[in-house]
Design a protein around this ligand. Sequence first.
Ligand code: CU
Length: 126
Amino acid sequence: MCRLAAPFAILLLAAGCGGNDREDTGRTVTVERDGTVTVKAREYSYDPDRVVLQGAGALTIRLENDGDLAHNIRLRRDGEEVGGTPSFPGGRTESARVRLAPGTYELLCTVGDHADLGMTGELEVK
Ligand SMILES: [Cu+2]
């Protein structure tokens, strides 16, 4: 029985590792309502790339551009932009304050094809 179970377990592990070829850090940060979240941008990812806001209301997003290129962070819900920072060069930090209803928002960099290259994330408002 054990001789059969071991290869099966290895197969499960291998399957669990596949299926996600998106370049991300996988880090989630939880923020209180009216709080501030600091996100680091570089080519081509956000850290954290998942933010949870505890309750509808205001959120300040502070984007630290640690990259060499210009980046921004924009919020979209159902394809519609609801705010974010302007694009700005590497080495600088910009903040944006947004008011958010409960739901799931997409985070993305709208410079060039950065979003396609991995500069995306998710914001959930509980
Ligand atoms: Cu970018």
